[in-house]
Ligand binder design. Structure first.
Ligand code: PLP
Length: 394
């Protein structure tokens, strides 16, 4: 009995992504790594912007005394002010450094917020398909994840969300641009969600928060825009990171920001800072905070992702795969051509195509393709997709 019953059961359940990763390893040993088309992991294929390296070099050559020491648990004031300046512009609201807490990635930020707001057995709504870690994060803080389906276009189903809200509901997690579907929620939907949350918060006598998980906010195509959640939803907390927009997932740097219009916002922020500290993060990585301060208006090369999206989207749809065209992020979430998505994944493996079943995102009957991989691998994979489509009679 080395593990707690709960962790043992979570491990027993297994992760689809991890299973496919191991399968990829096995296949690479048999066929050679260049014959394997691994579309399983959302690990950016692009490099951070040049300005990141320049800032890194500058700091290495001209170290600032004390730059590796502890700082305020919320992070450096100048970093938070740089974030606040951009948020003010995007939302038209008045943000300052006091509304921002630097975090250990978006994952760290979500844990901080959930710890700060959940009482035991409080419910958190997630919209399927969803980033599967949400379930573990909510469980970490004694909450219960309640999964609500989205509509045919993967947009929030407002009546279904309303029906799922009760006196125990404390938060709704939204994720736009979405992993795994790539859809962006328009302003009208955010407005309606904001009205619903306001009405239900009044009805049940305590705030229900919308946690907007937005690590893909800058990875958008064809000039699409991600509306600012702060504009449309008062009880909103933004959680994000530079894992995708600056291609720094291993550096674990992100932030959370609270809507300045939340009544009693100072108390909320004090709670968040306390949780950043007591979850053991203490503060977000110091060096990364300094580096991203001047990079708030930078983004990785989106054109590269768009070229990959377009190539694969055109090829797959011409073969008969059905999917909603993603407006952002770097995933496709097509319908599984077989009723059983896990069986489909196994059939794809015959062609060395590694994919993740929709079941891994709380929505069976679909599968996810992460196309944040080298263009050369995508190009080499095209005949494999064609052969798979032929075998399935698409
Ligand atoms: N939220 C979503 C929707 C994600 O896809 C990811 C990572 O893939 C995260 C959160 C976690 O991001 P981070 O690496 O910044 O913790």
């Amino acid at each position: 009995m080395l593990l707690s019953d709960k962790v043992a059961s979570f491990l027993g359940g297994g992760s689809f992504i991890r299973k496919m990763f191991e399968e990829g390893d096995r296949l690479a040993k048999i066929h050679g790594a260049d014959k394997i088309f691994d579309f399983t992991i959302g690990n950016p294929s692009v490099e951070p912007p040049e300005k990141f390296r320049e800032e890194l070099k500058k700091l290495a050559l001209n170290p600032i005394p004390g730059m590796h020491r502890y700082m305020s648990n919320a992070g450096y004031p100048e970093t938070r002010a740089a974030v606040a300046e951009v948020l003010s512009e995007q939302s038209g609201l008045s943000f300052d450094a006091n509304h921002v807490v630097m975090t250990v990635g978006a994952g760290g930020g979500l844990n901080v917020v959930l710890k700060a707001i959940l009482n035991p057995q409080d419910e958190v709504i997630a919209l399927a398909p969803y980033f599967v870690e949400y379930g573990f994060y909510v469980d970490n803080h004694g909450g219960v994840l309640k999964v609500v389906p989205t509509d045919e276009q993967f947009m929030p189903d407002l009546p279904a969300i309303e029906a799922a809200i009760n006196a125990k509901t404390r938060a709704i997690i939204i994720n736009s641009p979405n992993n795994p579907t790539g859809v962006i929620y328009p302003a009208e939907i955010l407005t309606q969600l904001g009205q619903l949350v306001e009405k239900k918060s009044l009805e049940f006598g305590r705030p229900i928060f919308v946690l907007s998980d937005e690590p893909y906010a800058k990875i958008v195509y064809d000039g699409a825009e991600v509306p600012s959640v702060f504009k449309y939803i008062t009880n909103s907390v933004l959680v994000t990171s530079h894992s995708k927009d600056l291609a720094l997932p291993g550096e674990r740097i992100g932030y959370l920001a609270v809507n300045p219009r939340i009544p009693g916002v100072e108390t909320l922020v004090n709670g968040l800072i306390f949780c950043n500290r007591t979850l053991g993060f203490v503060n977000a990585p110091a060096l990364m905070q300094r580096l991203v301060t001047g990079l708030q208006r930078e983004t990785v090369d989106i054109a590269e992702y768009q070229a990959k999206r377009d190539l694969l989207y055109n090829h797959l749809t011409s073969l008969g795969f059905e999917m909603v065209k993603p407006a952002g992020a770097f995933y496709f979430f097509p319908k599984s051509p077989l009723p059983d998505d896990q069986e489909f994944i196994q059939r794809a493996l015959k062609y060395n195509l590694l994919l993740v079943p929709g079941s891994g995102f709380g929505l069976p009957g679909y599968f996810r393709i992460a196309y944040c991989i080298d263009m050369a691998i995508i190009q080499r994979s095209l005949p494999a997709w064609t052969a798979l489509a032929q075998e399935l009679g698409l």
